[in-house]
Design a binder for this molecule. Structure first.
Ligand code: BGC
Length: 743
């Protein structure tokens, strides 16, 4: 250990001088590098999965072949492997333990798509902080999140993992997660490194089929897919993960333009880039490398520092260097970036799992925050007045395959969530039911794909005895997430038939959806008197459902993604372009198409013959148990210059009879620019809590630089001219005003 004393002392000092930052870190890194062999260096670029033969893992660590291990979640195993790295490996450099902590660690939060519906940056940040507290307690110091791929295709299973379709919303929320995970300083024992993934364009998989080719032109990358990533760089995200897809012919992990020219040279990212699982080796099936050796060269030179699981770097870099095919400079640069992260995390001076006297895992505060976030993530899509349930409700029938589905309600990537700690709706309702109210629970379908209707007769009989019917429907955890895409987004199994059976009793029907994506729910909405969309809500889903249904909490979620009327409308998103033949509210009904007439009688608009061009539910939409009115929109700065902000005021009044939260949303649009532009784009929002009858003036600020886009010559910037400003409570409708940008 003596030979590491200087490094240790330097690292120890660093922990107490956060402002010494870069230079101090670099000094330590150079000191470590000065005594590393080539093998040690190559080992630092290699990440493995810990769920394999531990003896083999230990061997590799002893040989200095492991920089990072993922998927070990036992603190004592982590510490014993760490001890081998520190005490027995040639360089003594600690291992960085990683995990996919995408929406909570032990306490599972709503899926990110659900969290996005809260439009609550601060709450998402505190929930993410709690997640870091839980994970670092076990020794995890690197989370593969936030996932911020813009997704406009709900067939894509991974839509669940991101923040939806809008670059502005996704940027703000991804930054909240980065701040929550990384805290004020990475060297804080309670912090873990975040990872901005998957860079880039992955969400545009053709046909919504995971891993599929994408074709996102440079302009759309900059305008739509890059902004959340760039925002994370500005927020100091520690690492990036490249994506699996090939975009316009170039696999992301081997794309030098993406990983070096854009990410590092243009945006100034100084952190580390890890490949996605095996995606260095993935260049072979992509057909751009003949073997792992060639793949290693392409990816390392492109700027991918760490090879996750393909063993391409470990097994080939030495030879590539010996043959002069890869320069030592490129290897050193990658190693520097890996080591910098380890130093910044304080791993050198504190390699082992921190000791805690009291565990935060599933602690009251953590659960309470998760519950609040789940309430805010739930979107009330319809309510004829049955909700919240009042004192007149004496008998409640609860049914549906998601009513008691502890595993499924946690959603995708709930790797460490524990069923036993998950409160389901039926459990929560049973636990909290007001005295004098009777619960009838009928398990009518065992799971969402259950095709049996055997219990429907009994279900209807029971339903007739109830004052209200609450059906929990949706999709299993297995229906969304990585490699879990769907072509049919209707409710599966006999769930729709179950809702029909319930509705046929004439009793008020409340349908609660738990799902990993927007489903196609037009007919189910028709059947229901009220609809609450809870996404996959996580550990506290049951409690949040109870709170919302019985009015202990008031829904305030807003859709972070457009709901299509049918799968044929996909992709459908609010911030689409004008087009030369703007769709006019045609109904889209085949019965209205005349026979044997000249085609021109139908007009020439960008519509469908068989379905309306509009979505079922627009981005930003969501109801409350109270009502809000916006008025008096004022643009304080009707004329702005490039360095200014557009400042807007609007009065928001709670016109109902109970407290509630509204999300005031400001969109900008342009009729004329050097390229075609979206009709409208979200540029600011604010959550406002108002008591019944209360009116407040809300101030929204839009920095002019946020109006920048990829101009005709592909340069990034704004253009002078007139802008339309719409302020409303969803992406449809709202109060309209104007401002002008002068140069
Ligand atoms: C996923 C990543 C994930 C990685 C490690 C990959 O298959 O695409 O999102 O972080 O595995 O588990």
């Amino acid at each position: 250990m003596k030979k590491y004393l200087i490094t240790f002392l330097l690292a120890f000092c660093l922990a107490f001088i956060p402002s010494a930052a870069h230079q101090e870190v670099d000094n330590i890194v150079e000191e470590i590098m000065s005594r590393m062999s080539l093998d040690d260096k190559i080992g630092q670029l290699h990440q493995i999965d810990g769920r394999t033969d531990l003896t083999k893992v230990c061997d590799m660590i002893r040989k200095g072949q492991v920089s990072s291990i993922m998927n070990i979640v036992d603190a004592s195993v982590i510490d014993s492997l760490q001890r081998i790295a520190v005490e027995e490996s040639p360089s003594g450099i600690p291992i960085l333990f990683a995990r996919d902590i995408v929406h909570g660690f032990k306490t599972i939060l709503p899926i990110p798509l659900g969290q996005a519906a809260s439009f609550d940056d601060a709450l998402i940040c505190s929930a993410a902080r709690n997640t870091a507290l839980e994970a670092t307690e076990i020794g995890i110091k690197w989370a593969f999140a936030p996932m911020m791929d813009i997704a406009r295709d709900p067939r894509w299973g991974r839509i669940a993992e991101g923040f939806g379709e809008d670059p502005y919303l996704a940027s703000r929320l991804a930054v909240s997660v980065v701040k929550g995970y990384q805290g004020d300083s990475l060297s804080d024992e309670l912090s873990m490194a975040a990872c901005a993934k998957h860079f880039a364009g992955y969400g545009a998989a053709e046909g919504g089929r995971d891993y599929n080719t994408t074709y996102v032109p440079v302009r759309s990358l900059y305008d739509t897919y890059f902004p959340p990533f760039k925002a994370c760089v500005e927020a100091g995200v520690a690492s990036f993960m490249s994506s699996f897809n090939d975009n316009d012919g170039v696999p992301a992990t081997g794309n030098r333009w993406l990983l070096t020219e854009v990410l590092r040279d243009e945006w100034g990212f100084t952190g580390m880039v890890v490949s996605d699982w095996g995606s260095v080796g993935g260049l072979i099936p992509h057909g751009v490398a003949k073997d792992k050796k060639e793949a290693a060269k392409i990816c390392l030179e492109a700027g991918c520092d760490m090879d996750m699981m393909s063993y391409s770097y470990l097994n080939n870099l030495k030879e590539l260097i010996a043959e002069g095919d890869v320069s030592m400079y490129v290897v050193d640069e990658a190693v520097r970036r890996v080591l910098r992260l380890k130093v910044r995390l304080g791993l050198l001076e504190k390699p082992y799992t921190r000791k805690t006297s009291e565990s935060v895992i599933y602690s009251e505060n953590v659960l309470e925050t998760a519950c609040r976030l789940t309430e805010e993530s739930s979107v009330l899509l319809k309510n004829d007045g049955i909700l919240p349930l009042g004192e007149d409700i004496k008998t409640v029938l609860v049914t549906g395959p998601m009513a008691d589905a502890a595993y499924d309600q946690m959603g995708t990537w709930a790797l460490d969530g524990d069923k036993a700690h998950t409160l389901t709706p039926v459990e929560a309702i049973r636990k909290n039911l007001p005295s004098g109210v009777k619960l009838i629970y009928v398990n009518s379908l065992d799971y969402p794909r259950d095709k049996s209707t055997d219990d429907f007769k009994a279900l209807k009989k029971a339903a007739r005895k109830a004052d209200v019917l609450i059906a929990f429907v949706g999709e299993e955890q297995m229906m969304s997430g990585e490699a879990h895409s769907l072509s049919d987004l209707h409710l599966q199994g006999q769930q729709s038939e179950m809702l029909e059976a319930l509705a046929s009793t004439g009793k008020p029907l409340v349908t609660v959806f738990m799902a990993g994506r927007p489903l196609v729910i037009a007919s189910e909405m028709e059947l229901s008197d009220a609809v609450l969309y809870m996404w996959h809500p996580g550990t506290m889903g049951g409690q949040a459902a109870y709170n919302l249904l019985w009015g202990k909490a008031n829904p305030s979620g807003k859709l972070p993604v457009t709901f299509p009327r049918n799968e044929g409308q996909i992709p459908i998103y609010y911030n689409h372009k004008h087009t030369s033949h703007i769709a006019k509210g045609t109904e889209g009904n085949l019965d209205n198409v005349p026979r044997e007439m000249p085609q021109s009688v139908m007009g020439h608009t960008s519509s469908y013959l068989d379905v309306a061009p509009t979505p079922l539910l627009p981005f930003g939409f969501g109801l409350s148990y109270t009502t809000f009115e916006l008025s008096n929109l004022r643009v304080e700065t009707p004329e702005v210059r490039a360095s200014d902000s557009v400042v807007v005021y609007v009065d928001v009044k709670n016109t109902g009879d109970r407290q509630g939260c509204e999300v005031v949303q400001a969109y900008t649009g342009r009729k004329s620019a050097s390229t075609t532009r979206p009709m409208k784009e979200l540029k600011a929002y604010e959550r406002v809590s108002l008591e019944a009858g209360e009116c407040r003036t809300v101030r929204l600020e839009i920095p002019v630089e946020s109006l920048a886009f990829c101009r005709k010559d592909l340069s990034w910037g704004t253009e002078p001219g007139n802008y339309v400003l719409t302020v409303g409570t969803s992406s449809e409708g709202g109060l309209v005003s104007y401002f002008k940008l002068n140069y």
